[in-house]
Design a protein around this ligand. Structure first.
Ligand SMILES: Cc1ncc(COP(=O)(O)O)c(C=O)c1O
Length: 500
């Protein structure tokens, strides 16, 4: 392998060369570089198909990289100051699953915040690990969950000295960060690995003025969705390793379980291009993004009915640091819920926000953000304010469900236990076999192995009454619980359930 510089794009260049080689393809994909009459091709152009090649000779193999993918991965690792990088074509979802499956065997303990993304919950099913959940802190005004405190991590580590690792989100969907460097030191003192979900923090490594990246904080592994903030194509992410305790061999073995054998070279090329761009223009681009977000906050705060909260707000509420590229807009005396506003912005103004909660909507300011789009949002909110602002509005005090459900069974055990389908109302006291969540953000209200409570059922019913998208196994009013009569292990748990 020759010495390569960050100015190069080894994979992208090899792809370009391949496309110009006048190939006669006899391999898959069968559209053979776009040689099919196809409506998608008419819509988006032949070049996308021409670049959609498998090309085992010349374009390397994601599952056993030895040439141009390996070089591109090395450049990306170098850009993030990590020891190793693995390109992912199934998002940070695959990165989180690979980290957990590599580090935890069945019945190993891992400490996680309960407001983690569904990919971490599914990783618990895949790995068979025992989760030790800690509670996030709550913002009762915005009705959102932030990071857990460092103290709650330390307490969980001290009570579970045999835990293999801790899992940390850097940042939360809304941009809150904890003191990851201190937490990492505390975990390492206790011989625990630090695994990070950095789906929303790919840009941290390139911004000296914001929260630190997981790698710079000393974490052992992190997964970043470059597609979320750094301009690569949807699904393209990276898993970074910076640890003497996680081997490349073990990660590769796990990724070979999770990865498709036909990864999209468009996604891989987009990672190579995104890394090249951000290394070259990083700090300037990040400054531009933050300036745009600050401009948006300033203007939105002049509009009656909306409050764009930023760094000061989150720090006051306990965050250690804040990602200023997140545009969190709280509703303030406006006769709409966040869900209604989210829909109105899209349907009437063609503005697509990232997500809504009851009293808040979230926008992502990223590499592709334009001032023109922010001005469109400001104009739309001004118009909406004229129609819906009411200074004397009384918001119904929505019951924010503080208590997460009680966990009695390991997620993998519950997942494999016999199924009983019951009406949501009849699930009180039963152990869930499924995860139910609002999407986005995809943070489950209940996960396999947790018990349905009356409050939780009301909470789910509330979300069902809104226009939010609810992900669950069924959409007919039924839920999946463990069939106690058919489950041989039930006796073991009866006491815990009945004493509750
Ligand atoms: C906090 C968090 N973690 C992980 C993921 C999964 O990332 P990806 O969509 O890249 O698979 C998401 C996706 O929204 C997320 O919000």
């Amino acid at each position: 392998m020759h010495n390569i510089s960050q100015d190069e794009t080894p994979f992208l260049t090899a792809l370009e060369n391949y496309m110009n080689e006048n190939i006669s393809p006899f391999d898959v994909p069968g559209h053979h570089m776009g040689n099919v009459p196809n409506k998608l091709k008419d819509l988006i152009g032949e070049l996308v198909f021409k670049a959609d090649v498998n090309a085992p000779r010349g374009l390397d193999n994601l599952n056993h990289p030895t040439s141009v993918i390996k070089e591109a991965e090395m450049l990306l690792a170098q850009a993030y100051q990590a020891k190793d990088a693995f390109f992912l074509v199934n998002g940070t979802t695959a990165g989180i699953q690979a980290m957990l499956m590599t580090v935890c065997k069945a019945k190993d303990k891992i400490i996680l915040p309960r407001n983690c993304h569904k990919s971490a919950i599914n990783a618990l099913i895949l790995s068979g690990a025992i989760p030790i959940f800690i509670s996030p802190t709550y913002d009762y005004d915005l009705e959102i969950a932030n990071e857990p405190t460092i103290d709650s991590y330390i307490k969980a580590m001290d009570e579970n000295k045999d835990a293999k690792a801790i899992f940390v989100i850097n940042p939360t969907y809304f941009g809150a960060c904890l003191d990851l460097k201190t937490l990492t030191e505390e975990a390492h003192k206790r011989k625990m690995l630090v695994l990070v979900d950095e789906a929303h923090g790919s840009h941290f490594a390139f911004n000296a003025n914001g929260p630190s990246s997981a790698i710079l904080c000393g974490a052992d592994a992190t997964s970043c969705s470059l597609h979320k903030t750094l301009g690569s194509l949807t699904q393209s992410s990276v898993l970074l390793i910076n640890s003497n305790n996680i081997s490349r061999y073990d990660i590769m073995k796990t990724l070979n379980i999770l990865n498709t054998t036909s990864p999209s070279n468009l996604l891989i090329a987009s990672l190579d291009a995104a890394r090249h761009y951000i290394v070259k223009y990083g700090q300037n681009k990040l400054n531009e993004m933050i300036n745009l977000a600050n401009y948006a906050r300033e203007e939105i705060n002049k509009i009656p009915g909306f409050k764009a909260v930023g760094k000061d707000y989150f720090i006051k509420n306990g965050a250690y640091n804040y990602d200023e590229t997140k545009l969190v807009i709280a509703l303030d005396d406006i006769n709409l819920t966040g869900f209604m506003l989210y829909n109105l912005l899209k349907d009437k103004y063609h503005i697509q926000m990232e997500l809504a909660e009851q009293y808040v909507i979230l926008g992502i300011i990223a590499l592709g953000s334009k001032k023109e789009h922010i001005d469109n949002l400001i104009k739309a909110l001004q118009e909406i304010s004229k129609e819906y602002y009411k200074s004397d509005i009384k918001y119904p005090k929505y019951r924010f469900n503080i208590e997460y459900p009680k966990q009695v069974v390991r997620p993998r055990s519950a997942y494999h236990a016999p199924l009983l389908k019951v009406k949501l109302e009849d699930a009180i006291g039963k152990i869930s076999k499924e995860a139910i969540m609002v999407y986005p953000p995809g943070i489950p209200l209940i996960i396999p192995g947790e018990v349905f409570s009356k409050e939780l059922i009301e909470h789910i019913k509330y979300y069902l009454s809104t226009s939010a998208t609810i992900l669950s196994d069924y959409d007919d009013g039924y839920v999946a619980v463990i069939d106690e009569n058919k489950w041989s292990k039930y006796e073991k748990y009866r006491e815990v359930l009945e004493n509750d």
